[in-house]
Design a protein around this ligand. Structure first.
Ligand SMILES: [Zn+2]
Ligand SMILES: [Zn+2]
Length: 325
């Protein structure tokens, strides 16, 4: 029998952060796709949308009017999943019916006053203001006595369930560590106990020396398709300097972070010449169902070929090329 070849043979890869496996099936990339195909949603958005609850000066459903902001805006989510005054009580019946009160809060942060922009189409100086906002929110919310974790995330695109095209992210802060960071933290601790070293710093050094999955980099950061990527074009942005929290970022590092965010989001949009929902192909939805929901996540194209495709793209946004709007 031939020896294992990761380009041809089905295999499993370990995510050392979550200690979960992903099934890679590279031999399946030739099979015809019979699943759901989405229509490209490339229709142009207006710079200002009177019905948008995030545009400057508009009144939100709860009756609050947004200020005429010029750069970024942050406000408490009008329909939050978490509430700050939640009592910290708990419920436990035979260790089988277990529940705990979860105090927290949810905010919305707009990246730009312009309804029609995305991070990829903003200037590095404009993205820097977004990085400053993330850092300030992380610090402010993380400083609250009831808060132990701050998650900043963007659901991009209608396909991922984002309800509004206005460029924005959400910030959820709560008392308990969510499942994934809790598992990652415990992996960091065991790795550091065993090797007296940082898991992600070691991983980044290895990726930079092999240069098989590095998509782009600058002096401060690198973007790789992780060896254990689950989503077809999943990437991981890593700091070259060992950092514990966001507010340890120096001023020049915030500029470098803005620059690399612009680079990778532009490559994503250029991949299918459509605003890219980060984790899927532009037209075909990937759902975690069946084997993936009940067993283990699975992917067809290898992380190496995904990285190769992202590297081959220009970092000039397709809408900014000559002849485009
Ligand atoms: Zn808007
Ligand atoms: Zn580190």
């Amino acid at each position: 029998m031939a020896s294992l070849n990761l380009i041809e043979h089905p295999h499993r890869r370990l995510n050392p952060l979550t200690r979960e496996w992903v099934l890679v099936s590279p031999h399946r990339t030739q099979r015809p796709w019979l699943g759901q195909v989405e229509k490209h949603t490339t229709e142009a958005q207006p710079a200002y949308e009177p019905g948008c609850y995030m545009c400057p000066g508009n009144t939100r459903a709860v009756g609050i009017r947004n200020p005429e902001y010029l750069t970024t805006l942050v406000f408490d989510n009008d329909y939050p999943a978490l509430l700050p005054d939640t009592p910290a009580g708990s419920f436990d019946q035979k260790g089988l019916l277990v529940a705990r009160g979860e105090p927290g809060l949810c905010r919305v942060a707009c990246f730009s006053r312009r309804h029609d922009l995305t991070l990829a189409r903003m200037s590095p100086a404009e993205i820097r203001l977004v990085v400053d906002l993330w850092t300030a929110q992380y610090q402010e919310l993380g400083g609250l006595s009831s808060i132990n974790y701050v998650q900043i995330f963007e659901n991009r695109g209608v396909m991922t369930g984002a309800s509004n095209p206005h460029p924005h992210c959400q910030i959820w802060a709560n008392a308990s560590l969510p499942n994934v960071p809790e598992r990652e933290l415990s992996s960091f601790e065991s790795y550091s106990d065993e090797k007296q070293s940082c898991l992600l710093c070691d991983y980044l050094r290895l990726e930079l020396s092999k240069n098989e999955r590095v998509v782009c980099q600058n002096e401060g950061f690198a973007v790789v398709v992780p060896y254990w990527a689950v989503w077809p074009f999943e990437t991981l942005l890593l700091s070259k300097r060992h950092l514990g929290t966001m507010h340890e970022l120096a001023s020049d590092e915030r500029d470098l972070l803005a620059g690399i965010l612009r680079n990778i989001t532009t490559r994503y949009d250029n991949l299918f010449e459509a605003p890219f929902p980060y984790l899927r192909s532009a037209t075909v939805r990937k759902f975690m169902v069946g084997y993936e929901m009940l067993g283990t996540p699975q992917r067809d194209i290898t992380p190496e070929s995904a990285a190769e495709r992202l590297v081959s793209l220009t970092d000039v946004h397709y809408l900014h090329r000559s002849g485009s709007a």
